[in-house]
Ligand binder design. Sequence first.
Ligand SMILES: Nc1ncnc2c1ncn2[C@@H]1O[C@H](COP(=O)(O)OP(=O)(O)OP(=O)(O)O)[C@@H](O)[C@H]1O
Ligand SMILES: [Mg+2]
Length: 255
Amino acid sequence: MNPPFLEVKGITKSFGGLHAVSDVSFTLKRDEVVGLIGPNGAGKTTLLRLITGILKPDSGTIKFKGKRITGLKIWDIVNLGIAGTFQNMRPFRRLPIIANVMVSCLSPRAMKRGEWVKRIEAKAMDALEFSGISDMALEKASTLSQGDLKRLEIARAVATEPELLLLDEPFGGLSPAETELMAKSVKRLHKGGRFGRLHSEGPAMVIIEHKLQQLMKIADRIIVLNYGTIVTDCSPQEVVVNKDVIECYLGEGGT
Ligand SMILES: Nc1ncnc2c1ncn2[C@@H]1O[C@H](COP(=O)(O)OP(=O)(O)OP(=O)(O)O)[C@@H](O)[C@H]1O
Ligand SMILES: [Mg+2]
């Protein structure tokens, strides 16, 4: 039997005395989109940072396609095919927008097919078109609004051609119309096929979002986190009627 595509097993991370993520386990299939929701401070971002290798867990293991990735360097994890976007956006502000994305295209993973600068530029442009800011490609990244910075982050992650894409609040800072567009793009990316020359098979995804209505349209499955532990792991239809979820999350004014 094939190992799970992603297997998170008994992952725990504390900051001082605070258990940000406690004994979290779940698996993800190659073709799945999982929504990760929960109140502020639930541990969602921490969990994503543990998967990408930005944080090291106190205990537990993470395996990607059967290979243990806990303890690997971020760069090695990207090269295995995992990329993410983060709440704190950190572009190279003094470089043009397109150069920010070209840096992602230069990862050995993206380079291994023997491409060079022109093709890399075209690829970066595809990623910018995907996220909707290709018309600004030559502007400095420092000129971008918060919403457009988010788009740049997504373009940078997508340009590494991940098999697993982790998105931390991709709709944060976007207007309702922009959110709608971004949701469509994310769905299209997952379905694979047409996205410039990139991605014949779309990536599996874990998406953290507070905009639940939009998330429910994209996700096959929802994991609800509260106080660092999984409250439930079920379908989007089940989650909206789950008593524990309503109590811990929707009861606090979620959308
Ligand atoms: N680097 C850190 N140092 C200390 N505490 C941290 C650190 N990162 C996160 N925390 C704490 O861990 C807990 C979980 O934080 P996390 O950012 O994972 O929550 P979240 O579910 O992403 O919340 P939000 O919806 O507000 O983004 C919070 O109490 C937070 O203050
Ligand atoms: Mg967060």
